[in-house]
Every structure is written in structure tokens, then in C-alpha cells.
Design a protein around this ligand. Structure first.
Ligand SMILES: NC(=O)c1ccc[n+]([C@@H]2O[C@H](COP(=O)([O-])OP(=O)(O)OC[C@H]3O[C@@H](n4cnc5c(N)ncnc54)[C@H](OP(=O)(O)O)[C@@H]3O)[C@@H](O)[C@H]2O)c1
Length: 235
């Protein structure tokens, strides 16, 4: 299979690229960090790379090849510490990489996915509940989950399958900046293997760790006023 992965220079995307290449698949790894991409390519003859900033519409390269799986995984997280002095530029940065860049990629590459192929969008369990300080990150991921689930409906007639991924906390450079407890944290290799297993099983939604996401879903059924009271204690 030929698999394209954005955000392949680090964390979950890196482990996905390595695992698919080890299984003998052709991987197109995308990222901005040229040195990390070169290191990735040097590790397997099955990996080629594309180095560009996903937030720049004009940078998106044309593809010559068709794809069996296209994984939009790149993303970033910044928290809002003072929502009264709302930082619109920061909000824009997060929405641009986590959501708008996916739209750019869809316009450019969706038509390259083979019939019976798969589009995978890596969202977050943060999409399931309003979390403190996550006005930007949570909004981007809730939007991404909605986008993914609507594409799953509209792409059915084109025989393109869609998978939405909701990870809990994964130990990567993205979360290593966090200064709060991260319950049920798993490593990025385990996260990648859970995603690959879910894709192999043709799942439309991949949630992990199961207990963590189940708890998030249970909390989402609470009356909003009760959840808001609980969430405000987390700040
Ligand atoms: N870690 C978690 O706990 C967790 C939980 C839920 C969801 N997720 C989601 O999982 C995905 C991967 O996260 P991660 O934890 O593996 O993060 P990570 O280690 O920080 O990796 C992020 C990747 O995104 C790429 N990227 C970021 N901005 C980019 C840009 N403007 N242009 C091109 N590439 C860009 C980075 O590439 P360069 O460094 O080369 O720029 C890097 O490869 C993200 O969408 C994240 O929101 C993570």
C-alpha cells in the first residue's frame, strides 16, 4: 500500500511512518523539519519525504501517485491562559494547522485516494468535552471531528472510507510541554499501533485509551452546568 502521513517527523506520526515502512508499505512522510525527515528516510527504503509548511496553501505539492491511505496527523496545541484578553493570533495559529491545513490537503490530495482507500483524521479526545484552557485546541479538534464524520457520509458514494481518531494523552513533544497531570498517558509507539490496528479493522472511529475516552464520553452526558462546575475546578 502507499500511505501518506502528515506530521511524520515527530511523536505519533513518526511512529506511524516507521511502523508502516517496517510492514513493507510505501510511506510518504510530510513535515517541516528537514533534518528529521532525512533521518526518517535514511531508516527505510520504503520512506520518501515532502518538506513543507502545511499552513501555506501555495506550498501543497501535486501528487503523481495514488494513495491507499491518507493520514492527516500534523497538529499543534497552545493553551489560552487569559481568555478575557483573548489572543486571536494564537487562536488563528492553532485553527490553521489543526483544521484549515486539513482542508488545504483535502482539496489537493483527496482525489488521489484509490477506490476502497481510506482517509484518516487524527482529532483528539479533547473534541468530546469542553476542557479548560482549550478554547483554541478543543475548537480545532471538535471542528476536525465534525469534518471527518461528515466526510465519512459524503465520501461513501466515492468508495472512500473515513476514520476519525480520538487519542487520549500520548507522550510526545506536544504533551511534554504540559505542566498538569495527564491520566492514562501512553507512549507514541503504542498509540501508532492502536491506530494501525483500527485502520486494519476498517474502523470508522478509533478511541484510546478505551477507559479514558469512555470516561470522557460519560462526562459529556452530564448536564452542562454540572460539567462546567467540575471543569472549573481543574483550572
Ligand atoms: N500527544 C497527545 O497526547 C495527543 C492527544 C490527542 C491528539 N493528538 C494529536 O495527534 C497529532 C500528532 O500529535 P503528536 O502528539 O504526535 O505531536 P508532535 O510530536 O508535536 O508532532 C506534531 C507533528 O506535526 C507537524 N507539524 C506541526 N505544525 C506543522 C506545520 N505548520 N506544517 C507541517 N507540519 C507541521 C510537526 O512537524 P515539524 O516538527 O516537522 O514541523 C510534527 O511532525 C496532532 O494532531 C495532535 O493534536 C495528540
Amino acid at each position: 500500500m502507499r500511505i501518506m502521513i502528515t506530521g511524520a517527523t515527530s511523536g505519533i506520526g513518526y511512529q506511524l511512518a516507521m511502523a508502516y515502512a517496517e510492514k513493507g508499505h510505501q510511506v510518504i512522510a510530510c513535515g517541516r523539519n528537514q533534518a528529521r525527515l532525512e533521518e526518517l528516510v535514511s531508516q527505510s527504503v520504503n520512506i520518501t519525504s515532502l518538506c513543507f509548511d502545511l499552513t501555506q496553501y501555495q506550498n501543497y505539492p501535486d501528487l503523481k501517485e495514488s494513495l491507499d491511505i491518507l493520514i492527516f496527523n500534523a497538529g499543534d496545541c497552545e493553551y489560552i491562559d487569559d481568555s478575557l484578553n483573548f489572543d486571536a493570533k494564537m487562536f488563528e495559529r492553532v485553527i490553521k494547522i489543526n483544521l484549515i491545513s486539513v482542508a488545504y490537503g483535502l482539496e489537493k490530495w483527496l482525489k488521489h485516494i484509490n477506490k476502497k482507500g481510506r482517509l484518516v483524521l487524527v482529532s483528539s479526545s479533547a473534541a468530546l468535552l469542553p476542557l479548560p484552557r482549550a478554547e483554541a485546541y478543543g475548537t480545532s479538534k471538535a471542528g476536525l471531528t465534525y469534518l471527518s464524520k461528515t466526510l465519512a457520509i459524503s465520501l461513501k458514494e466515492h468508495e472512500i472510507n473515513v476514520t476519525t481518531v480520538h487519542p487520549g494523552f500520548v507522550d510526545t513533544p506536544l504533551t511534554q510541554k504540559n505542566n498538569f497531570p495527564m491520566p492514562m498517558l501512553i507512549n507514541s509507539k503504542d498509540a501508532a499501533s492502536k491506530i494501525i490496528r483500527g485502520i486494519d479493522k476498517e474502523k470508522s472511529e478509533i478511541n484510546f485509551p478505551t477507559v479514558f475516552v469512555l470516561l470522557m464520553k460519560c462526562f459529556s452526558f452530564l448536564p452542562l452546568s454540572i460539567w462546567q462546575r467540575l471543569a472549573s475546578r481543574m483550572v
